[in-house]
Structure formats: C-alpha cells, structure tokens
Design a protein around this ligand. Structure first.
Ligand code: COA
Length: 326
C-alpha cells in the first residue's frame, strides 16, 4: 500500500523583517547576510503568536487543499523544535484549534529534518490497518529562541509552518522512499543550553542568556553539506533512481551555499532546485512543507514529477524523501 500527499498548505506571519531592519540594531549588513546566506528577509511571528497558531493555519489550508475535514483525520503529528510548551504537545493544541477530539496526536523533535522524519513515520503508520489520513505539520517559532544581540544566529532564522495530509493509496503517486540519519556526538555544535531538565530555567540561566540558541556556524555548515549530499544520494539509490530522474530538488533552506553544494553533488541544473530562503530565512522543520505548498500554488508541481527533499539540523539529524507528485 502506498502513501500519497492529498493536500498541502502553509502559513507565515505577516511581519516582514528585512536585512536592512536588522542593520538598525545589529552589527551586520544586508550585503553580508545576502552574500553569506542568500537571505533577504524573513517573517517574524508577533510575541503572542505561538507555534500552534502557525501550525493550525497551515493545517486548515492543507485540509482545504485535500478536500477533507479535520474530523476525517486519524492522527496529527507536529514536527517542531519550538513547541508552545513542553507539554501538552503542540499537536494536541492544534487538534483543539481544529475543533476535533479523540485523535492521537504527538510532537516529533528532529530539528530541521523534522518534516522529513514525520513523513517517514506517518508512512509507516499508514501501512497499519488503524489509520487512513494523517496530518503532518512542520512548524517553528525559532526567532523567539535566537538572541537578538547575536548577529551570528539572529539573522539566519524565520518563523512559519507547512502541513500535508497523507492518505493510504494504491496509486503510483506518493512517498516512494525515505532515508533518515542521526549522530548525537556533535550535538554541541548547535543547541539550546537551558530550559530543559539538564539546566532548568533560573534567574541565572536567563541572565546568562542560556535560553538562546548556541551555534558554531562554520562547523555546522561543513556537516550540513556532507550529510545532505550523502542523504540525497542514499535515497536515490534506495529508490532505484538516477540523479537525472529528479524533477525537483526541494532542500532545507538554511543557506544558499549549502543548497548549491547539494545541487552540484547531484549534478542538477539550478532551475531544478526550489529556493525561497531569500523570503523566509531558515524556518527549520517548516522549510520543506512551506516550499512544497508554495510550489503547488505556483503550479510548478506536475503529476508524476519526482521530488527529492533533503534536510539537516541540530542533533545532528538528517534525512531525505523521494515523492512522486500527484
Ligand atoms: N554580520 C556580519 N558579520 C558576521 C555576521 C553577521 N550577521 N555573523 C558572523 N559574522 C562575522 C564573524 O564574526 C566572522 O568575523 P571574524 O572573521 O572577524 O571572526 C566573519 O563574519 C566570518 O564568520 P564565519 O562564521 O566564518 O562565516 P561563514 O562564511 O561560515 O558564514 C554562517 C556564517 C552562519 C552564515 C554559515 O557558517 C552557515 O550558514 N552555517 C550553517 C548554519 C546553519 O545552517 N544552521 C542551521 C542548521 S539547520
């Protein structure tokens, strides 16, 4: 039995923050950000807008696109590293917002590849008799966890959400295969030091700004390039496909130079790669479903297109999916 994406939708907050806006309070420049990352602007959620708010709006759009109601769902999975709170799960809050009850719902924390992980997990579950429709959401409110005084991290991230409705299907369309990877040995290159059980929030952790993300950018960059290249090649091999079979490479939008390195390894021309980092920055688990929803809206995705998604993030974690669109 196959698993098909029957609906997709996304939501980003209205508030656009440009590189020039950041120049006003950070020792940075539009030129530096643009040339080192490809980012021109990003969306920043207002203080009272939580991850579940972004996720719910994306979910409503995906359900509308799928032509089913929330009542038809058998499960809700939210991939996020920035939940509303530790518990209840953001997926439970989304369920409440969608006005339904008694559906299994849980969050998945696999950082930036969270959506790719969730597609693979949901595909496995859809092969069981219990489930027919699963809503998978990638949603992040990362800017609330970036230090506005740290130019090395604050300029890179943005907020948003994307959602997909997955269903059992025996057509030739859908998720063909996935590959997931992880390595916890390098976790200290990208992490959020305080607020968890290792270092619970205290006056001291707040004073030391330990509730903000710490990242060794140059190191992360190297690992991102290597692992995204490797994951893309592995998933192609697993699917029995050649590089030239791919219609679209839809990579995680972390840095345009990482995207270029992945594309070059696959030998794909630039026009086969979807890039929107200029508009949204790095939205972590939301970046791939936001890109897919945008591509569908623009009419770029045709029935039968082979889409390769690939991502890398904190953990480290990485992964890739091959989807035959339709
Ligand atoms: N504006 C201006 N200068 C900045 C800056 C900013 N926003 N951020 C850093 N710099 C400075 C650094 O302080 C450094 O100055 P120095 O040479 O005087 O020490 C210089 O720019 C170069 O820094 P470096 O970190 O070597 O730059 P880089 O070319 O590696 O680019 C990143 C930095 C963060 C853009 C890049 O490493 C990257 O994208 N890494 C991956 C990050 C990522 O994707 N994380 C999420 C994973 S999903």
């Amino acid at each position: 039995m196959g698993v098909r994406i029957i609906g997709i939708g996304s939501y980003v907050p209205d508030n656009v923050v440009t590189n020039f806006d950041l120049e006003k309070f950070l020792d940075t420049s539009d030129e530096w950000i643009r040339t080192r990352t490809g980012i021109v602007e990003r969306r920043i959620a207002p203080p009272d807008m939580a991850t579940s708010d972004l996720a719910t709006r994306a979910a409503e759009r995906a359900l509308k696109d799928a032509g089913i109601s929330a009542e038809d769902l058998d499960m809700i999975i939210v991939a996020t590293a920035t939940p509303d709170m530790f518990y209840p799960a953001t997926a439970c809050i989304v369920q409440k917002n969608l006005g339904v009850r008694k559906k299994p719902c849980f969050d998945m924390e696999a950082a930036c590849p969270g959506f790719i992980y969730a597609l693979d997990v949901a595909s496995g579950l859809l092969n069981l008799p219990n489930y027919r429709h699963i809503l998978v959401i990638g949603a992040e409110n990362l800017t609330k966890f970036m230090d506005p005084e740290d130019r090395a991290t604050y300029v890179l991230f943005g907020d948003g959400a994307g959602a997909a409705v997955l269903t059992k299907d025996d057509s030739p369309y859908g998720i063909i295969t996935s590959c997931l990877g992880g390595d916890g040995n390098l976790g200290d290159l990208l992490y959020l030091p305080a607020g968890g059980s290792r270092r619970p929030a205290s006056k001291e952790t707040v004073e030391k700004r330990l509730h903000y993300t710490v990242m060794k950018g140059r190191e992360v960059f190297k690992h991102a390039v290597l692992n995204m290249q490797a994951a893309a090649l592995t998933v192609l091999q697993r699917a029995g496909l050649k590089k030239e079979d791919i219609t679209w490479l839809v990579p995680h939008q972390a840095n345009v130079r990482i995207i270029d390195a992945t594309r070059e390894k696959l030998g794909l021309p630039p026009e086969k790669v979807y890039i929107n980092i200029d508009k949204y920055g790095n939205t972590s688990a939301a970046s791939i479903p936001i890109a897919l929803a945008e591509m569908k809206e623009k009419g770029l995705l045709k029935r039968g297109d082979l889409v390769l998604t690939v991502s890398f993030g904190a953990g480290f974690t990485w992964g890739a999916n091959i989807i035959r669109w339709g």
